[in-house]
Ligand binder design. Structure first.
Ligand code: NAI
Length: 329
């Protein structure tokens, strides 16, 4: 197949080249897919997209007009693709349903422990030759109650890790079945109960019309004072602007974000020369108890290899017209 790979980052190129380039004719561009970069896939049979490539109605229509019917996503999430439009246009789409749920779950734990044990402040002090411990007090995770929103592949691994810390586990997942069995004790409760009882909340559900702004001011007000919130799922699950009152009044004790509601065009790019004009992000990152990473939870060697291998598999299925186990459309 002739494949155009959009948003090709240096960190993934060696993995993609090894997995895809041997069987397909591949061209890579660092540019994101958009109205103005469609030309790059002219003459191709498929496009390979990253989470930052927005395949909305207009873009899909243009891809269709140049004969592209195959889309492979180098991601778990597919909230960046207009699936209704793609279906109407008869497109085929496959994703990478599980490249390494460990990578994301482990990053969620990393954010939590880094904020709790004040690692960023600690490093800054040590580098200034200030070896005092004032202001660095954290809390034991042991016996804390952890609320997990979305107990899927990533949420389950996060739960397993927190179980190892000796935490009490709650989850909110409306789609769990009674028959689901876990190697740890966990209670599926209402969002209200999860908020009222948790010391730490970690988000692991997909972004869709039901979960957009699921965590907003009225939900934050149900939470315990000093709650720690970790979001490695999608930025818009949190209504970002509603965070400030709760951060200002110490009602939120710690906030770890790997994803940000307005990350499009910002994350995955170097803005060190042009700066960041986003006032919300500027305000958010100034809090000492807020730790933001730029959508890097997935970024492990294992995950990158699995993404590349699965993308190659998906393309080959499309080319050979054989059933693809990762088809979402
Ligand atoms: P999954 O599909 O295995 O699990 C999602 C879980 O959320 C399911 O158990 C589902 O029942 C539950 N859920 C659905 N709607 C819900 C709702 N309204 N309220 C509560 N729970 C709900 O997905 P997986 O692999 O665990 O990934 C979760 C999310 O993590 C992805 O959708 C993606 O957005 C995000 N992600 C982030 C990455 C990063 O680098 N930061 C990388 C990979 C995924």
């Amino acid at each position: 197949m002739k494949v155009a790979v959009y948003s090709a980052h240096d960190f993934e190129l060696p993995y993609l080249e090894k997995a895809i380039s041997k069987d397909h004719s591949v061209t890579y561009t660092k540019h994101e897919l958009s109205d103005v970069t469609i030309y790059f896939s002219q003459g191709c049979d498929a496009v390979a997209l990253f989470t930052s490539d927005k395949a909305d109605e207009g873009v899909l229509e243009k891809l269709n007009a140049i004969g592209i019917k195959n889309i492979v996503l180098r991601s778990v999430g597919f909230d960046h693709v207009d699936l209704i439009k793609a279906k109407e246009l008869g497109m085929r789409i496959a994703n990478v349903p599980a490249y390494s749920p460990y990578s994301v779950a482990e990053h969620a734990v990393t954010l939590l422990t880094a904020i709790n044990r004040k690692l960023i402040q600690s490093r800054a002090l040590i580098n200034k030759n200030d070896f005092r411990l004032d202001g660095l007090t954290g809390f034991d995770l042991h016996e804390k109650t952890v609320g997990i929103i979305g107990l899927g592949k990533i949420g389950e691994i996060f739960a397993k890790i927190m179980n190892g810390f000796g935490c009490k586990l709650l989850c909110y997942d409306p789609h769990l079945k009674q028959s689901d069995n876990y190697s740890f004790k966990i209670e599926n409760v209402s969002l209200k109960k999860l908020c009222a009882e948790s010391d730490i909340i970690s988000i692991h559900c997909p972004l869709n019309k039901y979960t957009k702004h699921l965590l907003n001011a009225s939900v934050f007000s149900l939470m315990k004072k000093g709650i720690y919130i970790i979001n490695t799922a999608r930025g818009a699950i949190i209504k970002t602007e509603d965070l400030f009152t709760f951060l200002d009044n110490d009602l939120i004790g710690g906030l770890g974000l790997d994803v940000y509601e307005f990350e499009k065009g910002l994350f995955f790019h170097d803005h060190s020369k042009d700066g960041v004009k986003d006032a919300i992000l500027q305000k958010l990152r100034a809090y000492p108890n807020v730790l933001i990473t730029g959508h890097q939870a997935f970024l492990t060697e294992t995950a990158l290899k699995n993404i590349a291998d699965t993308t190659a598999y998906n393309l080959s299925c499309f080319e050979k017209e054989i059933p693809c186990k990762n088809i979402i459309l």
